[in-house]
Write a protein that binds this ligand. Structure first.
Ligand code: CIR
Length: 225
């Protein structure tokens, strides 16, 4: 069961967030704020306490808190984002992790290793990690060394088609939009929603249209642990 979630309010500069889909248009900031507020409510409905961090104008993509950290039941890991404009996001997330984890259970991915949390899919004690434009082999090696201490296995997954591993795949038991038995599904994907419902999961729907414009989805918007 997850007890906690961490989110960060989108900053105005999100309209300049990194995107591979400029054809979707520029995010509407007010709409993004409303969608983010609804997302927080959906998380709360799933029974977790939500730590809401203030917006940080220095980092356009900083609302995607999933990328600068990895949170597990054993430890937390401050990542080293591969995107130059996102590297500094780790400084703000590290002290927040200290509220939840003892210092000796907080680890760091360091240069030349790069890794973004969006590439890390936790399935029980096995962590599938996308080797992507953002996460390199050395980052995955460091993660394997950290998680290996706790008996966890790290499996690299070469990626070419999508930004992050979890852009393409979600694991419904212990990961992503699975929240304590409920599955939060993005609005506008009726086939996915029907498939998840047919598996017997209660579903909550959240509109993420403004975050999609900067390549972000539901899971990127929170850390869940
Ligand atoms: C980026 O390119 O870094 C952001 N615009 C989107 C990050 C999405 N995060 C994720 O999939 N975990």
């Amino acid at each position: 069961m997850f007890q906690h979630a961490i989110v960060k309010i989108p900053c105005k500069a999100m309209i300049n967030g990194i995107t591979d889909h400029p054809e979707l248009g520029v995010p509407d900031y007010e709409k993004a704020l409303a969608q983010h507020a609804a997302y927080i409510e959906a998380l709360k409905k799933c029974g977790v306490d939500v730590t809401v961090l203030p917006p940080d104008e220095a980092y356009p993509d900083s609302c995607f808190v999933e990328d600068p950290a990895i949170v597990t039941k054993y430890c937390a890991i401050v990542t080293n984002p591969g995107a130059a404009s996102r590297k500094g996001e780790t400084a703000a997330i590290a002290p927040v992790l200290e509220q939840f984890y003892p210092k000796d259970k907080i680890f760091h991915i360091t240069d030349p290793g790069t890794l973004e949390g969006g590439d890390v899919m936790m399935c029980g004690d096995t962590f599938y990690v996308g080797q992507s434009a953002r996460t390199n082999a050395e980052g995955i090696r460091q993660l394997g060394e950290i998680l290996g201490q706790f008996g966890c296995k790290v499996v690299a997954v070469p990626l070419t088609e999508v930004l992050h591993l979890k852009t393409g795949v979600v694991y419904l038991e212990n990961n992503c939009i699975w929240m304590n038995g409920t599955v939060i599904v993005p609005a506008g994907y009726p086939t996915v929603q029907a498939a998840v419902e047919s598996l017997g999961y209660p579903v909550l729907v959240c509109d993420t249209s403004e975050f999609r414009k900067i390549d972000g989805g539901l899971s990127c918007l929170s850390l869940r642990f």
